[in-house]
Design a protein around this ligand. Sequence first.
Ligand SMILES: Nc1ncnc2c1ncn2[C@@H]1O[C@H](COP(=O)(O)OP(=O)(O)OP(=O)(O)O)[C@@H](O)[C@H]1O
Ligand SMILES: [Mg+2]
Length: 130
Amino acid sequence: MYVLETRSLKKAYGAEGEVCVHALCGVNLQVRKGELLAIMGPSGSGKSTLLHILGGVETPSSGQVLLEGVDLATLNDDQRTIVRRERMGFIFQSFNLLRPLRQRRTCLCRWSLAACRRPKPASAPPIRSA
Ligand SMILES: Nc1ncnc2c1ncn2[C@@H]1O[C@H](COP(=O)(O)OP(=O)(O)OP(=O)(O)O)[C@@H](O)[C@H]1O
Ligand SMILES: [Mg+2]
C-alpha cells in the first residue's frame, strides 16, 4: 500500500466557459513509506494547489487523494483536522506562524494540543474513514 496516492486528480478554478484555470489536469502520484519527494515546476504550474489538496486544505474538482489507503473525501471536517494535526506537517510559503510565537513554539503548540486530546499512543494510529 502507498502511504500517499492520487488518482486522476484535477483542479479547476472558476466556472467552465468563463475564465477557468486548470491548475491540475489529472495527477497520478504514488509515494511509498520512507520516500522523499520534491515537486518542481515553474511558477503557476500547480505545486501549491497540489500540496493544499494533498493536505486536505482544498478539495479537488475530481479525482481522489488516498492517505494510507483512506480517501480524504470520505473524511468529515473534524477528521480532516485530526489528519492535519497528527499526520501532516505543513511549512507554508508565507509561514503562517502564530504571531507571538516563533517556529519552535508553533510546533510545540500543535503537539501540546494533540497531547491534551488523548493519551499518547505507542505508535501512530491508523486513519479511519467515516
Ligand atoms: N484561488 C485561486 N483562484 C483562481 N486561480 C488560482 C487560485 N489559486 C491558484 N490559482 C491558479 O492556479 C494555477 C496554479 O497555481 P499554484 O499557486 O498552485 O502554482 P505554483 O506552482 O504553486 O506557483 P508558485 O511557484 O508561484 O508558488 C495558477 O495559474 C494560479 O493563478
Ligand atoms: Mg506555490
